[in-house]
Design a protein around this ligand. Structure first.
Ligand SMILES: [Cu+2]
Length: 160
């Protein structure tokens, strides 16, 4: 039991370390520095598509673009924007992704930008964490691409 708890502690430590490297440390070293905050998925029953929300802070010197998102927990993930016009809401697929200028924050929120999460591959419940891979690219002075694994928390549908 002692060994098992030791292993679990080590795994948690490693998970935390990966999160740290992916989210915070690179900015201090001149790397990416795209910080994702309040990543969450609103729970819907059955097979209905769910929506993922978050804030992305661009703490780098370059403009970045979120070009794709993917997750083993869902068959398909798309970047959508809800627009309201002529009295009804439409969701538009952001084919070219969404850009975030240096120093800016991009917010995915209800009735706005969201990750459309379709065809879930397993049961989910409130409090679960699902990893979503966010793919970024920059066309700044040093053109590059980067994938970041971000844990999203499953929250009640009524929450913002
Ligand atoms: Cu949508």
């Amino acid at each position: 039991m002692k060994i098992l708890s030791g292993v679990i502690a080590l795994l948690l430590l490693l998970a935390g370390a990966v999160w740290w490297v992916g989210m915070v440390k690179p900015s201090a070293e001149g790397g990416v520095g795209l910080v994702v905050e309040n990543a969450r998925v609103r729970m819907l029953p059955g097979d209905r598509p769910m929506a993922g929300y978050m804030k992305i802070h661009n703490r780098t010197e370059q403009p970045w673009r979120l070009i794709d998102a993917d997750s083993e927990a869902f068959g398909r993930v798309m970047i959508h924007r809800t627009r309201v016009g002529e009295g009804r809401a439409r969701m538009q697929h952001q084919r070219d992704g969404v850009s975030i200028n240096s120093g800016e924050t991009l917010e995915f929120k209800p009735r706005g930008l969201h990750l459309m999460l379709m065809d879930r591959t397993s049961e989910l419940k409130i409090g679960d964490q699902v990893d979503i891979v966010l793919s970024f690219e920059t066309l700044g002075s040093t053109s590059s691409a980067r994938d970041q694994v971000v844990p999203f928390t499953v929250v009640p549908v009524a929450s913002q």
